[in-house]
Design a protein around this ligand. Structure first.
Ligand code: GLC
Length: 713
């Protein structure tokens, strides 16, 4: 074991010969300090455990089931395609090994840099024992100290790369569905959004746009005029975002396949031949994204889309998901042939049934194919969690060169490190009420891992949505940077207009509100790019006490707001815990502000309302409802403030498209408001945002007195 120090707050310990994952950057000074607990190495695996006192809380671990406090459950870090997010699932698409343990006095953060499986048992088998099992002996263990949980997150963000920033249009509303058949249907959807006067920023294209599920092809039959379609829609402010899957179809004369073979780009089996797995296109090879040359090669293939006017992509099935592989199919078929004509006993019958049913994503598949890292072969299992991350890096590098502006890019599989290259959607959720709550709870945890451009399939992917469920989900998703309504093939339609006029009216109001929130949300993303930290913060990170710890279904947003969505059917309102005095905002055209005392309040909340809370001596900005980002007004903004003393808000903005923000080209509008003794307000604005000309302020004080003023800036 080698000990090192990165700075006063961060030290680490290398075990064996860890792989370079590219996640952590910064100087390491090797030294002598001791590991404050034991990590046992047995038969090539690492084991450690933390004793949990009664009040210890555990946070982190990325996109997972369960609460914000991760205690009381088991988890596994190993990117996995599982479309049924039931309560007992221990692993989903992401493997994020950052976590923090906090008792009433101190908190400590940890990060395990290791690309394969890690098992966490956080007081599940033993109430007071947090056990970690690392499935290998080459890893780096980081210990991060800080004055608070928020502080630790900040420290962690300093040693990982800066996060991905989408183009500003990426904050608009996106419609998606697996099963939008052809060009005519895409045009019809666009038309229907127009007729209903519903905002639309883009339409995601699922597999249906491809020729036989082949990456970088367009179906000539269903999308004969693809380029024209892209350009017609873009003229109206609507972009198309096609899907790209990890597996490359094995087919003679298909250029991606042919080039992949010629350039030695595919992961190999034990015999050194390209490994064959089956996914949507049938038999495929997997690009070996662990090789830099393959990242470059695949990244360049996005040209096939950018040449047609595409500016955003979603990378899917990149855990990588495997429906079956040749060996397992042969085994199952052999068993079935043997069973033919026999009177099967129940055990034999179930064995046969399970052989077919459990053929997807079997552990052994990931030991049957190999990646080439600088001439050494690693099983996929050994580097598994790097796969989706490096596919996304490949896309990001490629698109950056091809477009010379920010692409929209999201991926399903993820690990920390990928946060620098793309956002994520949380995978195949279902149209279940509990998944609204799950969506809410994942937000701060994803921020801890450095992911900000995140969102769930609004309305739910699997199963059938109802109008009520969709609108309630929207009331949460209007706050998430990625806002996409996506559904599985064969489920009911769930576009915002699919449930009749009344639901369409409600969704029009909510989506309009989303566009009003974009200046604020986008500023949040720019702030997180420059300063790290959380965009969505659990109440317990900011306030002491059991109530704050228990209120996991409310989140702070930015420094200013608190959200408390409804995630139960037939709700007309909900109880909300206010850890401090706040103003309830009913986000009408002219928002209404009601000051509420700390404590628990029942807040009525109708489907066609958007409600949230503004913290004391805080302010936020908002714009106007709009049908897309392109038509958003840039010269005026509104400001809402709950000011009973002094408040400052700084709005960050930029051109929304270029990479200039990386060089610090960000405009800041600093608004300061002080309440004077005579009840009047002193307002000052420092503005270097060239387009912004007026700000209309609505302020409320602790007595509920409203003050309106328009200022030129
Ligand atoms: C996967 C994706 C889903 C997509 C489907 C078909 O299940 O997670 O979003 O619709 O594949 O491409």
């Amino acid at each position: 074991m080698k000990a090192f120090q990165m700075n006063e707050r961060i030290k680490g310990f290398e075990f064996g010969t860890p792989l370079e994952t590219g996640i952590i950057h910064g100087e390491k000074t090797y030294g002598q300090h001791a590991l404050p607990f034991e990590i046992d190495l047995e038969e090539g695996h690492g084991y450690l455990s933390f004793h949990l006192t009664e009040n210890d809380r555990v946070y982190g671990l990325g996109p997972n089931m369960g609460g914000i406090n991760k205690r009381g459950r088991r988890y596994e870090a190993y990117c996995t395609d599982d479309p049924l997010h039931h309560e007992d699932k221990v692993v989903l698409y992401g493997a994020h090994n950052f976590f923090m343990i906090e008792d009433d006095e101190v908190a400590t953060g940890y990060f395990i840099d290791f690309p394969s499986r890690i098992y966490y048992d956080i007081g599940f088998s033993d109430l007071d024992d947090f056990k970690i099992h690392i499935h290998g002996e080459d890893f780096t263990f980081y210990i991060i100290e800080g004055a608070s949980l928020k502080d630790i997150v900040h420290e962690f963000h300093k040693i990982i790369k800066k996060p991905y920033l989408p183009p500003r249009w990426g904050l608009g509303y996106f419609q998606s569905r697996w099963g939008y058949r052809d060009e005519a249907e895409i045009r019809e959807i666009h038309q229907t959004f127009k007729e209903y006067k519903l905002p639309l920023e883009g339409i995601y294209l699922d597999l249906d746009y491809m020729e036989d599920f082949k990456d970088f092809t367009i179906s000539k039959e269903r999308f004969p005029n693809f380029k024209e379609l892209v350009s017609d829609l873009k003229d109206e402010g609507v972009r198309l975002i096609p899907i790209i899957d990890a597996g490359v179809k094995i087919e003679k004369d298909y250029p991606v396949y042919e080039q992949g073979i010629a350039g030695d780009h595919f992961a190999k089996n034990a015999k050194g031949e390209p490994y064959i797995a089956a996914v949507w296109p049938g038999k495929v090879h997997f690009p070996d994204f662990l090789q830099e040359k393959t990242q470059d090669w695949f990244g360049e293939w996005y040209r096939a889309l950018t040449d047609l006017g595409i500016e955003g992509v979603w990378n899917d099935m990149n855990e990588p998901a495997i429906f079956y592989d040749e060996d397992s199919l042969d085994e199952a078929v052999t068993l079935a042939i043997e069973a033919k004509g026999k009177n099967l006993g129940v055990l034999d019958f179930f064995e046969l049934k399970d052989k077919f049913q459990n053929m997807g994503n079997k552990d052994e598949y990931y030991r049957r194919f190999f990646h080439n890292i600088d001439g050494t072969a690693y099983t996929n299992e050994a580097v598994h969690n790097q796969y989706g991350y490096l596919m996304t890096k490949s896309a990001s590098d490629g698109l950056r060169k091809l477009l010379d502006k920010r692409p929209l890019l999201i991926s399903r599989a993820s690990s920390i490190g990928m946060h620098a290259y793309g956002g994520i959607w949380t995978g195949d959720n279902s149209s279940w009420w509990s998944h609204i709550e799950l969506n809410l709870k994942m937000l701060p945890t994803l921020n801890m891992s450095g992911f900000y451009y995140v969102g769930a399939d609004t309305g739910g992917f699997g199963g059938n949505s109802s109008g009520e469920l969709l609108s309630r989900w929207m009331q949460l998703s209007v706050f998430t940077p990625l806002l996409r309504n996506h559904a599985a093939l064969g489920t009911n339609n769930q576009e915002p207009y699919a449930f009749g006029e009344e639901v369409a009216r409600i969704n029009r109001k909510l989506l309009g509100d989303r566009y009003r929130l974009i200046p604020y949300l986008y500023s949040e993303l720019l702030k997180r790019y420059h300063h790290g930290g959380l965009m969505f913060t659990p109440l317990s990170f900011e306030f002491f006490g059991q109530e704050a710890q228990d209120a996991e279904d409310q989140l702070l947003l930015g420094e200013e707001l608190m959200i408390a969505p409804i995630y139960k059917p037939n709700g007309k309102g909900r109880y909300v815990y206010l850890p401090e005095e706040m103003a309830l905002v009913d986000f009408k055209d002219q928002p209404e502000l009601t000051v509420l005392n700390p404590g628990v309040h029942y807040v009525s909340y109708d489907l066609d309302e958007l409600k949230f809370f503004l913290r004391r001596n805080k302010m936020m900005v908002y714009g106007e409802a709009s049908l897309n980002e392109k038509s958003m007004k840039k010269d005026s903004l509104n400001l809402l403030g709950f000011v009973d003393g002094e408040a400052t808000y700084t709005l960050y903005s930029d051109d929304g498209l270029s990479f200039d923000y990386e060089e610090g080209q960000v405009s800041r509008t600093k608004i300061q408001v002080t309440k004077k003794d005579n009840g009047d307000y002193k307002i000052s604005v420092e503005n270097n945002h060239i387009d912004l000309k007026t700000i209309t302020l609505t302020l409320v004080d602790a007595n509920g007195e409203i003050y309106n003023k328009e200022v030129r800036v």
